[in-house]
Design a protein around this ligand. Structure first.
Ligand code: NAD
Length: 349
């Protein structure tokens, strides 16, 4: 397995509850390692380890590029989230999180529910993303959508010389939590919005609010005539098959890991002259929302911070233009540079 420079990896085993989990702390130079807990029925511990190492590293970059004083971490609970969960298992996991004394802060991810997070919270205070009723920030999706909208506007400024998206054809793939809020911003801006989803109820929720939105078939969306493609469903939609058929000038969406193979597909987009707003930069609103909880939650402050995604995206796009490097690479380098600079300050103290 490729070494990714993790600081600490904790294997959590508890025969009494049957808990098997891994907590990976990638980097804490900027602050405590924050990242969600994912519960998944991995086929092996090795597969779980690969996933948690990769995801925790990604969190380091996301926090660093977003200017947050946070490091990167992630946890995985191994097992079927539909059959294995119970209060004792979740609370035991919470006690493992607590044993790290705040070096790792957890949140909700795939396979976890608000109820599970409440159980974890009973054993540790090192949890964010908790409901508003418990003093948390609640649903992060509106903040994520706002950040994506800001990143999209920056890309529009680079492509068209204006950040006004009015009149542009924008495809939102995935009419879920983030996609829904993104559509609100786009309609308000006067964009021609197209949506695609595999579930009819998701589509209806949006069309009942916005009758100007055009519904498109979720299959082969990447070959549609459009100006801006906003992937807000799954990862890896930018790949060998889709990139050659894209007709848009911009890709800017919320989904994580949009590039199937970062180096290869980042370069393919650059070569095709398509502006790619790096996913981990423009979808950081959710993390920004969690960070705000650590300071005493304030939605306005979280939104203000997410607005800064416009400027950071502009910086990345300008540097890409200047150097000829793909945008994801520029964003990675900016994140690494920030971590290195702060590490140097800490070393000299
Ligand atoms: P969600 O589950 O609410 O929405 C995803 C939507 O995509 C669903 O409506 C689903 O039916 C649809 N979908 C699935 N497969 C599809 C396909 N092949 N074609 C079209 N639609 C399809 O999730 P979300 O919270 O809106 O998150 C969307 C994406 O953004 C995810 O990749 C998530 O990891 C990422 N993200 C979300 C947040 C957040 O704050 N929620 C933060 C950062 C990143």
């Amino acid at each position: 397995m490729e070494a990714m420079g993790h600081e600490q990896i904790v294997f959590c085993n508890d025969p009494y509850t049957g808990l098997k989990a891994i907590i990976a702390i990638h980097n804490t130079v900027l602050g405590p390692a924050l990242g969600g807990t994912r519960m998944w029925n991995y086929s092996s511990e090795a597969e779980a380890l690969t996933d948690v190492l990769r995801l925790s590293r990604g969190m380091t970059y996301k926090a660093a590029i977003s200017g947050l004083n946070l490091g990167g971490g992630k946890a995985v609970i191994i097992g079927d989230s539909r059959t294995l969960k119970n209060e004792a298992l979740m609370r035991r996991f919470g006690s493992f999180v607590d044993s790290l004394a705040g070096k790792y802060i957890t949140a909700e991810d795939v396979g976890m529910t608000t109820k599970d997070m409440e159980y974890i919270h009973q054993e540790t205070d090192h949890v964010v993303g908790i409901p508003e009723t418990l003093g948390g920030g609640g649903d992060p999706s509106p903040v994520t959508a706002y950040g994506v909208f800001m990143g999209m506007k920056a890309a529009a400024k680079e492509a068209y010389g204006t950040d006004i998206i009015s009149g542009k054809k924008v495809l939102v793939q995935g009419a879920g939590n983030v996609g829904g809020y993104l559509v609100d911003y786009l309609v308000e801006e006067g964009a021609h919005v197209m949506i695609a989803d595999i579930f009819e109820d998701k589509i209806q929720k949006i069309t009942s609010q916005h009758n100007s939105v055009q519904v498109v078939d979720p299959r082969n969306v990447t070959s549609l005539e459009m100006d801006i493609y906003a992937p807000c469903a799954l990862g890896a939609t930018l790949n060998d098959e889709t990139i050659p058929e894209l007709k848009c000038q911009i890709v800017a969406g919320a989904a994580n890991n949009q590039l199937a193979a970062e180096a290869k597909h980042g370069k393919m987009l650059l070569d095709r002259g398509i502006i790619y707003a790096p996913d981990f930069l423009i979808n950081a609103g959710g993390l920004i929302n969690c960070y705000s909880e650590l300071e005493g939650y304030n939605r306005d402050r979280a939104m203000d911070h997410a607005e800064g995604i416009f400027d950071t995206t502009m910086t990345v796009l300008k540097a890409s233009q200047l150097t000829g490097k793909p945008t994801y690479q520029i964003a990675n380098e900016m994140a690494e540079e920030r971590i290195e600079k702060i590490a140097q300050i800490h070393r000299s103290l």
